[in-house]
Design a protein. Structure first.
Length: 347
């Protein structure tokens, strides 16, 4: 009897050890992947972009994860559950600083010329940014004229937004581009063609109704915010103002009146622009302002927010800030410098 009990206890001990070993071993990433159901008409490209993935970065991973569930020539089958690869939303860099610096990443959203990006620094490692270019879809925003051509707020705000996103990624930040165009990318043209195919992250049709449109992008930011609650986060909205032809304005900044952090971030950005203008155009002066304003996306998004007006689309000098590609890049560069300072002094 004693020997029999000893044998049973030994078997139980071995079984328990095997069970514990199985539960403590690392689980393959594929087993932890998020699963989604394919809808009618879905292809891999459509499915990945709907969930904010860079197709070029994740297509092969997706096929490898789901090869048993794919149809002929890697087609999707409506109603079937598919695993998504490790999250690689557009512009998101997840490597640790030592691993990220010097690495090349590729994001189609920036267009063929600018899609390849080298991570050149770690100054923003751990920071998460939500970039919202104003208007888009059925609403072009403010309209001006330059040499007989229409200058549309949404196109120029979007180009600066993409340039800013790319600079932030170079510094190691995680970036979500909330207002998105599937085919424009960063453009170096003076006249940016007006279109209406922008969508809201991850791939939502932008409604015509203004309140619904603003609610949609605020909701997109807030859902992402909940995924990064432990991280340093900022929402940056970029617009172009429309005023009388005689009113020349500098880049200026709004924040929510309840947010001391938003006010501090806006002030740092304003001061950075003043410093850069003094450096590059001594004697010019800079009159950009910081103030609070009851703006929907600033008031209703969870992260500290800064709302930026790039200039007056109707003023001949302000419009140079928009139509010259190097000027759009300078604005993005200076915003990046300010955001680095904001991160280092507030994280």
């Amino acid at each position: 009897m004693f020997g029999s009990n000893l044998h049973i206890k030994s078997l139980l001990r071995v079984t328990l050890m095997i069970f514990l070993a199985a539960t403590l071993l690392p689980v393959e990433a594929g087993a932890q992947s998020k699963e989604v159901v394919a809808e009618k008409g879905d292809g891999i490209y459509r499915l990945l972009t709907r969930y904010g993935y860079s197709v070029s970065e994740t297509m092969e991973d997706f096929i490898a994860l789901n090869k048993e569930q794919l149809g002929k020539e890697n087609t999707l089958i409506a109603g079937v559950r598919y695993k998504l690869p490790d999250a690689k939303a557009v512009g998101v860099v997840t490597e640790k600083p030592a691993e990220a610096k010097g690495r090349m990443v590729h994001y189609d959203i920036f267009g063929a010329k600018y899609a390849d990006i080298e991570i050149t620094g770690n100054d923003l490692q751990g920071a998460v940014y939500y970039l919202v270019a104003g208007h888009g879809g059925p609403d072009p925003g403010a309209l001006g004229k330059y040499n007989g051509h229409t200058v549309s707020e949404d196109e120029y705000a979007y180009d600066v937004t993409l340039r800013l996103a790319r600079k932030l990624i170079q510094e190691g930040a995680s970036v979500y581009v909330i207002t998105r165009d599937p085919n424009d990318g960063i453009r170096d043209d003076s006249i940016l063609k007006l279109d209406k195919d922008e969508v809201c992250y991850p791939n939502l049709t932008i409604p015509l109704n203004q309140t619904r449109r603003l609610r949609q992008r605020s909701d997109a930011v807030n859902k992402l915010y909940m995924q990064h609650k432990k991280d340093f986060q900022r929402m940056i909205a970029i617009h172009v103002d429309s005023r009388s032809r005689g009113e020349n304005i500098d880049v200026f900044f709004y924040h929510d009146k309840r947010s001391k952090t938003g006010k501090k971030a806006a002030t740092i950005l304003r001061d950075t622009f003043r410093e850069k203008y003094n450096e590059h155009q001594p004697g010019r002066g800079y009159e950009g302002t910081v103030s609070d304003r009851n703006l929907f996306v600033v008031k209703n998004t969870y992260p500290p927010a800064v709302y930026i007006e790039l200039g007056n689309v109707n003023h001949s000098r302000d419009i140079q800030r928009l139509v010259i590609a190097n000027n759009r890049q300078a604005v993005a560069n200076w915003l990046t410098l300010g955001l680095i300072k904001d991160f280092k002094t507030n994280k």
